[in-house]
Every structure is written in C-alpha cells, then in structure tokens.
Design a protein around this ligand. Structure first.
Ligand code: ARG
Length: 660
C-alpha cells in the first residue's frame, strides 16, 4: 500500500470488491468510515443494508460476498461481519507501527498532496473600509484563513482575495463629515481616528432622521397589532379542540409579533432619545436635516468621478487600509490580492449592458433587474437613478476572476444574512455562462454575547476588534501567569516571555473558539470558555504541545537524533495503538475540511489526538519506560503528537509556544 490515507485506501479496495456486484458504488463507499467505538474495529463499512435492498438479497449474505472479494490482507486483519451485515475492519498492528514510522520520517506527516489540484478563489474577511471592523469580520477572516492554509497544504492553488468594501455609502458619509465637521488638528494627529469619529457622527445623524421618520409608521403598526390581539382574545368559544388550538396559536403569534414590534419601537425611540439628550447633537441634527440624501449625493459624485470626492477618497483610503492591516498582522493573516469594490467600478456599466443584451436582465420600474426562478424579489443591478449595486459589483468580480485565474471554485466566506444575495448572485452567474465553476457561500452564524443577543459592548457599539484582541491577550496573560506561578519548582517564565506567550495564547484562543464551532450555527462568545485549560480549546492544545517539549527537555532528548535514530515503534498497549491510529488519520481530517469547507473537522480531530495523548501519557511512562526500546518508541509517539498538533494548529492559523 503506497498512500497513507487509510480511509481512501480502504475505499479503493472496496471499490474493486464491489465492481462486479453493483454499477456505481460511489454512494456506498461514503459509508465506509472510521469506527466510533474500538470494539467495532478501526473502520466500518455499513453499506450492506442499502445494498441488500438494492439487490433484493439479505444484507448479511451481501456483506459476505463483498468480504469474499475484498483484498485487504496486506494491512488488515480478516474482516468481521457483525449483526445484520456491518463489516468491521481492524488494521494489523504491525502495519500500523510501520505506517507510523513512515509518517515520522515525513515532514508532511503522511499527508499526500491532492492528485488533481484545483484552483480556488477564496473571498474572505472583506470588511467595509472606514467603518469599524466587527466581530463578524473576525469569523470570516479566521475561517477563510484556515481554509486557505488547509487547501494550500493539500496542494491546491488558492487565490486569497480580500474583497473590501471601499466604494460604498460609508465614503459618502466620511466625505460629507469631512466637508462639514472635520477637526483639522485631530485629523493631522490621526487621520483614522478622526475619520472614524466622522463616520460615527454622520451615521448617528442619518440614523436620527431615519428613526424619527420611522416612528409614526411603527406606532400605527403597533396600534393595529393591539387591536388584532384584542380581537383574537374576544373571539368566542370554539367548535372543537382543533379550532381552539389553532386560535390559541394565532393569539400567541399575534402577541409575539406585537412584542417584537414594541421592542423595535423602543429601540428606535431610545436611538432618538440618545441624540435628544445631547444639545450639541440636536443642534447639528437640525442644521443637517437633509443629511441622508446629501450623503447619497456625495457617494454618487464619487462614483461619477467628481474630482474633489475622488481626491478625498484617495486621501482617506490609505490610512483606513493601514488600520485594517494592523489587525491582519496581529492575526497573522495575509491575502494574495486585495481587490475591493472600487476596482470594479469601470466594469459595471458593461456588465449591465451584457446581461441586458443576453436577455438575462430586464427593465422594471426604471430599474434593471434579474428575475430568477423561485425567488420572490429580483436581483437589481442598476437602480432607477442609474446607481449600481452590491450585486453588480459581485457579478463584475466573478467575471474578472474567471478571466484572470480560471478557478475551479469560488468560495465566499460571508455571514449567513447574505444568503439570499449569494443565491441570486450564483443563479445569475450560471445563467451568464459561469456554470462550470463551483460557487459556494461559506456561510456562518452570528457571534452572540452571553445574553444570547448579537455580541456588543456595553455602549451598544459593535465591539471594536482591536479591543477584543487586547482583552483576549490580557486574560491569556492571567491564565499563563497563574499556571506558571503554581509550578512545583516555582515560576519558570520571565515577564517578557509571559507577555509573548499571552499574545500567542490569547489570539489562538479567539481563533480556535470560532473555528471549533460548526460554522453555520451562532456561537456564544466567552473569554472564559475559549481560554479553558481543559476542553476543546487552543489553550489545551498548546498546553499539550508544550508538555511534550517539556518531556524532551527534562529527559535531555536530542529530537533530531531521536528521529533519525532508526528506533522502532511498538504499539503493544491499546492506548499506544489508539494514539498512533489517530495520528495517521490526520489526512482524513484535512480531506473533510477541504470537501465540506469546515475547519471544525480539524479542531475535533486535534482534540481527539490531544485526548488520546493524555490517556497514553497517564498510562505509559515515557522517560521512566521499562527499557530503552520502549522509551524510544514512546518518545517517538510524543514527537509525532507534538508535530501533528503543531501542524494542525498552523493550518488553523494558530501558533504554538515551547513553554506554558
Ligand atoms: N463587504 C461585505 C460586508 O462587510 C462583505 C463582502 C463579501 N464578499 C463579496 N464578494 N460580496 O458585509
């Protein structure tokens, strides 16, 4: 057996065995999997039931036939058939030991590069410039970065493209703000800080007028809902149980809607009141009554090439980008290209024209729209007033990417709230001829605070990213210091080193907390949980890694000599065998990440490795092993564990430390 991916080897063998039995075994092969429980062997094939059904034969008989054709004796014990036809496979321990030794000699730990490398364009992070980046952008950044690292490690070509929002209304806001409210001295001292003050001020004023305009409608709607609730309450007795039940349900729904509308009214009123409390803001709001329209006009002038606004845009962009760049550096995230929305401005008119010419877009109420099957609302690509939209830019972007890189896949790591946008975008792109490219919205859920609502700071702002990172590092420093202070021989880590370690541990914890979630669910942000020493956290993984290094240090082990020493791996104890098997399943975990675009398969895998290591370590003395050969074998397992953890964390964008 050449390849080291055990699962794909087994699937290949099953494919051969199934050749005479069934036409297309692909679906069945997906039912060959690692076992959840060691008592069913190391791998299981559970396809006998569906196959039996297909062939109209008893599953057990089918399983026996397949096993009779299956050739795996070079690396497996004779397969066993359990119950109604589960095929249990157990690897030969001697083979496992040899495979482990091969992984040991391999810098890639036995992970082979893809046989058919693909080209991916990965669109992630993509914040809106000149607006504060928020915690949702961390999710996109961190998930995208780890997909990039993993796909690249697997031998694929990846173009990481940061599709920044550098052309939107926020520029109209800061241009307007700059023209009316700039504090020259503050701008000279720090352009970004002053621009973000201007952004906040202008968006506050725009929001104030919008909110005030919305109030009467909201109040009227609430009145309507109130009378609806009253009507439902008064309705007389029902004919039967079912009618009663449905009436109760209607009432509950009406009450819930009413509640929701009330809180939305309360929020709107609070927003208005906040400004009303501040005489200065009230004065500004009165003096800029038309600010919403004016901001749109500034944006439109920018898009139309107005000299002054274009000049300001060129002036504002660099400090804003530098500010974002600072965060990327701290997160150790890089891109191959940063082609923001502005880059596509010149292509938009042609895109609309082409889509119209092909009959994909048509006019409706003065706007150019794409009506898609099964969609209630069209994708608008040009508004009545001639303005292009987010979707227009994204279509131009797809065209450019196809022309430039001819990718096999384009992945968009973006918040789930943009799901409809991507459905419409992809459907349009396919109509437009882009039907050979895999287009995927790598959607993710919302980050929640411990109150179950979208994560915000006390002031109600979406949390600033830099402060978030600082806080994670500050807490990591506490964890690291406490751990070090408690060491039996007294603290070992200097204050400067503690600070460095805290940075790695804090940032790592934050990233891992995100990556270890099933990305499509919302997740609750908690510093305590993400920095837990025990559990599925980066901290635990980094700690396990540091622990291995400390064994080497204590035993004065020369790791290079150990690796090249030709020591034999002995998997006599079940915990040693279980650890080695986990280590050899690294490439299986990476394959899952790459096919499902879910980094949490990798975190779950690393957690499993760390846990098996921990059991191994409890049961098997390493430095005090009974004899030299066993000691060497166990040290080799330690080394492999550390390397697997380190490599795995690296693919998540997380660093390790030597000491903790
Ligand atoms: N700038 C957008 C936002 O912050 C995300 C852009 C995602 N990428 C794209 N090609 N649409 O919400």
């Amino acid at each position: 057996m050449v390849g080291m991916n055990i699962l794909s080897q087994l699937q290949a063998r099953f494919r051969t065995a199934l050749a005479g039995v069934v036409d297309d075994p692909t679906e069945l092969l997906a039912m060959v999997r690692p076992s959840q429980d060691a008592k069913f062997g190391d791998y299981q094939a559970n396809f006998a039931m569906p196959l039996g059904k297909r062939l109209g034969r008893p599953p057990r008989e089918v399983a026996e036939e397949v096993v009779g054709r299956l050739v795996v004796d070079d690396f497996c014990e004779p397969p066993e058939i359990a119950g109604p036809g589960f095929i249990n496979l157990r690897l030969k321990t001697a083979w496992l030991a040899q495979a482990t030794a091969r992984a040991l000699a391999d810098d890639r730990l036995g992970v082979e590069p893809a046989v058919q490398p693909r080209t991916y364009v990965l669109d992630y992070s993509s914040p809106n410039v000149a607006k504060p980046m928020h915690v949702g952008h961390i999710r996109s950044t961190v998930i995208g970065d780890s997909l990039k690292r993993t796909l690249r490690f697997l031998g694929h070509r990846v173009i990481a493209d940061n599709h920044i929002g550098d052309w939107g209304t926020q520029f109209g806001m800061i241009i307007y703000g700059y023209k009316h409210f700039v504090d020259r001295a503050a701008y000279a001292a720090s352009a970004v800080d002053e621009l973000s003050r201007l952004y906040r001020l202008v968006s506050q004023l725009v929001g104030y007028h919008d909110n005030r305009a919305a109030l009467p409608k909201l109040r009227a709607e609430i009145e309507r809902q109130e009378s609806e609730v009253a009507r439902l309450k008064q309705a007389g007795p029902k004919a039967d149980k079912a009618a009663e039940k449905s009436a109760a349900k209607n009432l509950r729904r009406a009450e819930a809607n009413h509640q929701e509308m009330r809180s939305s009214l309360a929020a709107t009123e609070a927003g208005v009141a906040q400004i009303d409390r501040d005489p200065l803001l009230v004065k500004l709001a009165a003096a800029h009554a038309d600010i919403g329209r004016a901001v749109l006009a500034e944006t439109a002038k920018l898009h139309d090439g107005d000299a002054e606004n274009v000049r300001l845009w060129h002036e504002f962009l660099p400090p804003c980008l530098a500010d974002i760049e600072r965060i990327y550096r701290r997160l150790d995230v890089t891109f191959d290209v940063t082609l923001g929305e502005s880059f596509y401005n010149d292509r938009l008119a042609a895109v609309v024209e082409d889509l119209t010419k092909r009959g994909i877009a048509r006019e409706s109420d003065g706007a150019m729209c794409i009506f898609l099957e099964g969609q209630a609302t069209p994708l608008i690509i040009r508004k009545q007033d001639g303005a292009f939209l987010y979707g227009t830019t994204d279509l131009a972007t797809i065209q450019y990417r196809v022309e430039t890189w001819s990718p096999d896949a384009m992945l968009y790591v973006v918040d789930h709230r943009q799901g409809l946008h991507f459905d419409q975008l992809f459907a349009t792109a396919r109509l437009w001829g882009c039907d050979k490219v895999e287009l995927q919205h790598i959607s993710f859920g919302t980050v929640l605070g411990d109150d179950g609502r979208p994560f915000k700071t006390r002031s109600g702002d979406t949390v600033g990213l830099w402060g978030l990172l600082d806080e994670a590092v500050r807490r990591a420093h506490e964890v690291v210091s406490q751990g070090d202070d408690r060491k039996p021989g007294g603290p070992e880590i200097s204050p400067a080193a503690r600070q460095q370690i805290a940075e790695v541990v804090g940032i790592g914890a934050l990233k891992y907390a995100d990556l270890s979630q099933n990305r499509t669910s919302d997740y609750t942000f908690s510093y305590e949980k993400m920095l837990a020493m025990n559990g599925n956290t980066a901290t635990y993984m980094q700690y396990a890694h540091a622990r291995v290094l400390s064994i080497f240090a204590r035993g004065n082990v020369d790791v290079a000599a150990l690796r090249s020493g030709g020591g034999v791996i002995d998997l006599a104890r079940p915990v040693e065998r279980a650890l080695a098997l986990a280590i050899l399943q690294f490439s299986e975990a990476l394959d899952l990440v790459a096919t499902e675009y879910r980094p949490n398969f990798l975190t779950a895998y690393l957690f499993e490795v760390a846990n098996r290591y921990s059991t191994f370590f409890e049961e098997c003395p390493v430095l005090k092993a009974p004899d030299e050969a066993t000691r060497t074998s166990r040290l080799l397992l330690c080394d492999l564990t550390a390397r697997t953890l380190r490599r795995g964390l690296e693919l998540l964008g997380i660093a390790v430390v030597d000491k903790m």
